[in-house]
Design a protein around this ligand. Structure first.
Ligand code: UDP
Ligand code: MG
Length: 313
């Protein structure tokens, strides 16, 4: 199968028929073998009925319906498990992303050897203050922290090599960071393509201003897990040692000072409290490191490596 088109959605009933017709047209023009996987993320309108209606007319259309709203990441993750196309395209259901971009996104994977191609909404049709400006800032930070040179991490329209979607797990609110997840899994060739973008035709945006609080927190945790997830002691142990050594150092100094001049009460010196706090903090960090190691040793998939090639086995 050439293509899996993955579309997570919640309450997008009005858009679905138009979107489907548009995708079908592009697929027929290029003679692709394909599937469209709709993930209904707990819609309360009649989105699911529409999906079933569309499936009755075209069996390339498949649907997954969640019992309740689990979020866009969960939707993508579930569809990634089910996808069987050589190239997997993700797009939003609200007609803001254009299916006409699909052939080029696929070509870049197949012919240019990209592992992941992200859309770049260079000219964006969203609210300037609540979306466009904060998103510039957010993209700059993500670029800096992840070392991935993309302009638009949060673009819903992306294409992936099949291996990539089968080896990443999109949990929490990590749908914004799939390029970072792919990079941590060892996929190096990540590119971007300028894509058309349109104003939302029907319905309303499903993400509010809280994305700008959650987004940076998710980035911090993804960077941490990527770097230290398998060796937490290297992070906590180092910090713990620094605090512990500082604490012990100050204590030794205080004891010597006390021996030299026994008139000053130890507890009257600010250094005493620094030493106390620093030593305790250092030990606590060590404990956190040990707990982290216990958790990561017992975590499922701790020895699952991604093998690129094998020979003679
Ligand atoms: N979406 C989803 N689950 C959610 C929120 C959003 O599946 O909990 C879908 C939504 O229906 C749309 C896509 O994710 O297909 C992007 O959402 P939206 O267009 O509201 O985001 P925006 O374009 O405003 O960033
Ligand atoms: Mg949208």
């Amino acid at each position: 199968m050439d293509l899996s088109i993955v579309i997570p959605l919640i309450n997008e009933a009005e858009s679905l028929p138009e979107l489907t017709a548009w995708i079908e047209r592009v697929m027929t023009e290029h003679n692709y073998t394909y599937e469209i996987i709709f993930v209904d993320d707990g819609s309360t309108d009649n989105s699911w009925d529409i999906i079933e209606g569309l499936r009755a007319k075209n069996h390339n259309i498949k649907g997954i319906k969640f019992q309740r709203n689990y979020g866009k990441s969960a939707g993508l993750n579930e569809a990634f498990r089910a996808a069987s196309g050589e190239v997997v395209i993700t797009m939003d259901a609200d007609l803001q992303d254009s299916p006409d971009e699909i052939p080029e996104l696929r070509r870049m994977i197949i012919e240019e050897g990209y592992d992941l191609v992200s859309g770049w909404k260079k000219k964006r049709y969203d609210n300037t203050f609540t979306k466009n400006i904060p998103s510039k800032l957010y993209n700059a930070i993500t670029r800096r922290m992840s070392g991935i040179k993309l302009h638009d991490f949060n673009c819903g329209l992306k294409s992936y090599r099949k291996n990539v979607v089968k080896s990443i797990e999109v949990y929490g609110e990590m749908h914004r960071y799939t390029p970072v997840l792919a990079k941590w899994s060892g996929f190096k060739k990540i590119g971007e393509k300028v894509v058309m973008h349109q104003a939302r035709k029907y319905g309303v945006s499903k993400f509010g201003i809280n994305r700008f609080i959650n987004g940076p927190l998710d980035l911090a945790s993804i960077m941490f897990v990527g770097r230290y997830g398998k060796r937490p002691m290297h992070f906590f142990g180092l910090l713990g040692s620094i605090f512990f050594i500082i604490g012990i150092g100050i204590s030794v100094y205080l004891v010597i000072a006390k021996i030299m001049d026994s008139n000053v009460a130890l507890t009257n010196r600010p250094g005493f409290y620094f030493a106390l706090i620093s030593t305790v903090l250092g030990m606590q960090l060590f404990l956190a490191g040990f707990l982290g190691e216990l958790i990561s040793r017992n975590a499922p998939g701790r020895n699952s490596y991604l093998i690129e090639k094998k020979s003679g086995l």
